[in-house]
Design a binder for this molecule. Structure first.
Ligand code: GLU
Length: 462
C-alpha cells in the first residue's frame, strides 16, 4: 500500500472552533494510525477575510492538542506562481477558456433561470465549440477563465462516510478557475495542492461534498487520480444548529484557558463522530492506534459541554499527583499562588472533586491564600455548641509533635470523645474555617495539608 498522506486545510477566516478542529483530528489520526504523513495547509487566498490572528489560533490550538504536522504549514498565497503554471498548462490543452460575461449579464441570466424554475448555472455563452461563433469580445473587459466541465456522463466517487455519490455532469456548469486579475479560485487551488502534496485521503467537512465533483473533473483534466474522500457530518451545537462562531462556538484555544486537558479534548472530539466499540475513555496513544475510516459516524454529532467536562474529569483523575501539579501551576500563578512542595499531595487529595484545571487551581489556592468562609455556613456550623470543641482541637493541634494524618486523626478522635460530639458536628465548622466551605475530602487529610501554623491560625477565628 502506498504511504498515507493526509491534510488539514483550514481557511483562516474565523477562529477555529471544535467542529473545525475535528476536521484536523481525523486526518492527523489517520496518518498516524498508518505511519503516514500529516500536512497542514493554510488556505488563505481569500485575502479580504483571512487574518493572521486566525492563523495563530489554528497553530496554537494544534500545538496545544499535540497535532504536529509532518509537513507545512504551507500557505496558498505563497504558491500563486505554481497555480499560474498549472493554469497555463490547462490553457495550452484547451481545457479552459476566457469568458467575458459581465456581472450584469450573469445576474440577468440567473434571474431568467430562476423565473423559468431552472437551476441557475452558467450557460456556456463563451465556451468554444466546433462550428460555433463566439460573440465579439467587448473592449476593455478582463475575462475570467472558466474550466471546460465535461457535458455528459457522471462524476462518481465512493465516499468513506457517505458511500457512493454520483453527480451528472449536466448539473455542473463551467467553473471560474481564475478571476479577471488572474488569481486562481478556491476549487482549483485545492486540486493543485492535493496533487502536489500527493494527498491520498481527503478527510473534511461535508460542506465540501458539492465541491468534490468539480474538483474530481479538474483532477481528470490534469490526468491525475483523485484521492479517497471522507466527508464528515456536521457538528451541531447544543441547540441543534450547525456549530459556528456566529452562534456561540468558542475558539479552540478558549478550552485550554478554561483548564481542559488536551488528551481529554482529543478523546471527546474523537468520539464526536467516530467510535471504537463502547470505549468512552481512552488515551491519545490508543486513539491513534485504533483510528480508521470505517467507523466514522454517518449522522451529525452534537456537542455537549457536560459530557466534555465529564471526559475531562476522567482524564484529570487518571493523572498522577506529580503530573497534575505541574499542569495546574500556570493556573495557580494566574491566581497569584506560589506553590510549595505540598502541591502534589494537595492535588492528589482534591483531584476527584474537580473537572477542570481551573477548578483544581481554585481549590488548591485555599491552602495558600486566606479564605473568606461562606457566611451562611459559618453561622450554621460555627455555633456556641461547636466552639469549645474547635478551640480544643486548635489547642491540641498547636502542640502536636508530628504533623501527619495519623497524628491528626488521633487528635480529632480525642476531641470528639471529650466533647461528646459526633464527627460532622466538629468536621463541618472546622472545614468552613479552614477552606471556606463544609464540603471537603476527609478532615484529617485536609488539616494535614495546611502548615501547622496556618491551621491553628484559621481555627483561632472561631
Ligand atoms: N479551506 C476549506 C475550509 O476551511 C477546506 C478545504 C478542504 O479541506 O478541501 O473549509
Amino acid at each position: 500500500m502506498s504511504l498515507v498522506r493526509t491534510r488539514f486545510a483550514p481557511s483562516p477566516t474565523g477562529f477555529i472552533h471544535l467542529g473545525n478542529i475535528r476536521s484536523a483530528l481525523y486526518p492527523w489520526a489517520f496518518a498516524k494510525a498508518n505511519q503516514g504523513v500529516f500536512i497542514l495547509r493554510i488556505e488563505d487566498t481569500d485575502q479580504d477575510r483571512s487574518t493572521q490572528e486566525a492563523v495563530d489560533v489554528i497553530l496554537q490550538g494544534m500545538k496545544w492538542l499535540g497535532m504536529r504536522p509532518d509537513e507545512g504549514p504551507f500557505y496558498q498565497m505563497q504558491r500563486i506562481k505554481r497555480y499560474q503554471e498549472v493554469l497555463e498548462l490547462l490553457r495550452s490543452q484547451g481545457a479552459v477558456y476566457p469568458c467575458y460575461m459581465s456581472i450584469q449579464e450573469l445576474d440577468a441570466l440567473r434571474d431568467q433561470q430562476i423565473e423559468n424554475k431552472e437551476k441557475p448555472k452558467y450557460d456556456g455563452t463563451w465556451r468554444p465549440q466546433e462550428g460555433k461563433t463566439l460573440p465579439p469580445i467587448p473592449p476593455g473587459v478582463q475575462p475570467v477563465l472558466r474550466f471546460k466541465n465535461p457535458t455528459d456522463g457522471v462524476v462518481s466517487w465512493m465516499d468513506k462516510v457517505k458511500g457512493l455519490i454520483e453527480i451528472s455532469n449536466e448539473e455542473l456548469d463551467d467553473l471560474v478557475i481564475a478571476r479577471p486579475d488572474g488569481t486562481p479560485t478556491y476549487n482549483f487551488c485545492v486540486v493543485v495542492d492535493d496533487i502536489d502534496m500527493e494527498i491520498t485521503h481527503v478527510i473534511r467537512g461535508d460542506d465540501h461534498v458539492n465541491n468534490t465533483p468539480r474538483q474530481i473533473n479538474i483532477f481528470k483534466a490534469l490526468g491525475r487520480q483523485h484521492p479517497i474522500y471522507a466527508h464528515l457530518p456536521t457538528v451541531l451545537n447544543e441547540q441543534g444548529e450547525k456549530l459556528s462562531k456566529r452562534n456561540g462556538a468558542k475558539a479552540v484555544t478558549a478550552y485550554e484557558a478554561q483548564g481542559y486537558l488536551p488528551e481529554a479534548m482529543i478523546n471527546y472530539l474523537a468520539r464526536l463522530g467516530w467510535s471504537h466499540g463502547d470505549d468512552e475513555i481512552f488515551s491519545v496513544e490508543q486513539f491513534l492506534s485504533w483510528f480508521d475510516l470505517d467507523h466514522l459516524g454517518k449522522s451529525a454529532a452534537q456537542f455537549d459541554e457536560v459530557k466534555l467536562k465529564w471526559v475531562n474529569a476522567q482524564h484529570l483523575k487518571a493523572l498522577s499527583k506529580e503530573e497534575l501539579s505541574s499542569r495546574v501551576k500556570p493556573f495557580l500563578s494566574e491566581l497569584g499562588v506560589e506553590p510549595d512542595p505540598r502541591l502534589p499531595d494537595i492535588c492528589g487529595l482534591l483531584k476527584d472533586r474537580c473537572d477542570t484545571l481551573v477548578a483544581l487551581a481554585q481549590w488548591v489556592s485555599v491552602f495558600y491564600k486566606p479564605v473568606e468562609p461562606n457566611p451562611e455556613e459559618l453561622i450554621k456550623h460555627v455555633t456556641e455548641s461547636s466552639k469549645p470543641a474547635i478551640s480544643m482541637l486548635k489547642d491540641q493541634l498547636e502542640v502536636a509533635q508530628n504533623w501527619d494524618v495519623p497524628t491528626i486523626a488521633l487528635i480529632i478522635k480525642d476531641v470528639l470523645t471529650q466533647t461528646n460530639l459526633k464527627m460532622p458536628q466538629l468536621a463541618m465548622p472546622v472545614r468552613v474555617l479552614l477552606v471556606g466551605t463544609s464540603q471537603t475530602p476527609s478532615l484529617d487529610a485536609v488539616i494535614s495539608l495546611f502548615t501547622q501554623k496556618e491551621a491553628v491560625q484559621r481555627l483561632s477565628k472561631a
